[in-house]
Design a protein around this ligand. Structure first.
Ligand code: C2E
Ligand code: CA
Ligand code: CA
Ligand code: CA
Length: 277
């Protein structure tokens, strides 16, 4: 038993070292990733549930590094947030997404709203409003085609300052979505204080919705609450026709997920999703 405990401890510390080392590597490489042009945006379509027509897209960050290879956002975004690197990275994302959306409109494709993920670190940055205003203006994209996706973590900073910041973002002309709705915060009182346009129901509630009664109850309630609050609802992670149909019966507004399309690089999105006017 002694021997085994010793071995377990050795495995445990090796594991710790590995994670520590990997995190350090990611942080080190992340520092130079913007300058080295290692990021790319993928785009995933959102569809109007009634017509099935693509009505928007979400920009999703991809990172390919020469030593680490492809690192998933689930791994590097938290590290970028912890280190504050998300501020320059997020600015690159917003700028690139706006430029891409503007270029596609210039090329004569039917305009789509582009969703950009905004981390709480960015929102708390005192220069954030000015940056958004500048980036949007420089891109020449009409701000009504920009949707900023924030998470419920903003509700933990329940200050008048956060509320007024969101109102000032709305004054720029962008819309606001609450991402991963239902996972982050227990109080719903923020819903009446914040100037939100859309709730994006987290994919964990959509998973197996055709079979799981509890998910059905939750999603049904979110949708009817949203209607009363005059908010649109997007269901995330819709993977098949059965889920799509089920959500349509619940009068969800928009769907996003593998059933419509996986996230695609700009070229594939242009060739397979965009339509001309
Ligand atoms: P998210 O904002 O909730 O984005 C949706 C995630 O679900 C994406 O993962 C997308 O590829 C995935 N997804 C879409 N449809 C389906 C589906 O039908 N089934 C399943 N199983 N998954 C689906 P991705 O691209 O790996 O991004 C993960 C998370 O990383 C994002 O979750 C977001 O929180 C964060 N992220 C990605 N790009 C950015 C960014 O530019 N800035 C910030 N701050 N965070 C980002
Ligand atoms: Ca999102
Ligand atoms: Ca989400
Ligand atoms: Ca509808």
């Amino acid at each position: 038993i002694k021997e085994r405990e010793k071995n377990n401890f050795k495995l445990f510390t090796e594991d710790m070292n590995y994670h520590f080392y990997r995190k350090m590597m990611i942080e080190k490489e992340l520092r130079e990733a913007v300058e080295r042009n290692e990021f790319e945006l993928y785009y995933q379509p959102l569809a109007d549930i009634d017509t099935g027509l693509v009505s928007g897209m979400e920009a999703l960050l991809r990172w390919k590094n020469k030593t680490l290879g492809v690192v998933s956002p689930a791994e590097f975004i938290p590290i970028a947030e912890e280190t504050g690197l998300i501020i320059p990275i997020g600015e690159w994302v917003l700028k690139s997404a706006c430029e891409q959306a503007f270029n596609w409109q210039q090329m004569g494709y039917r305009p789509l709203k582009v969703g950009v993920n905004i981390s709480i670190r960015q929102l708390l940055d005192k220069n954030f409003l000015k940056k958004v205003a500048t980036v949007v203006e420089n891109s020449k994209l009409d701000p009504r085609y920009i949707d900023l996706e924030v998470t419920e973590s903003i509700a933990m900073h329940d200050s008048d300052e956060m509320i007024s910041k969101l109102y000032r973002l709305k004054e720029i002309g962008v819309s606001l979505s609450m991402d991963d709705f239902g996972t982050g915060y227990s109080s719903l009182s923020y819903l009446k204080k914040y100037p939100l346009d859309t709730l994006k129901i987290d994919q964990s509630f959509i998973r197996n919705i055709t079979k799981k009664k509890d998910n059905q109850a939750i999603v049904n309630s979110i949708i009817s609450m949203a209607k009363h609050l005059n908010l649109k609802v997007t269901a995330e992670g819709v993977e098949n026709k059965e889920e799509y149909q089920f959500l349509s019966n619940l009068h969800c507004d928009f769907v996003q997920g593998y059933d419509i399309s996986r996230p695609l690089n700009a070229e594939d999105f242009e060739n397979n999703i965009l339509v001309t006017n």
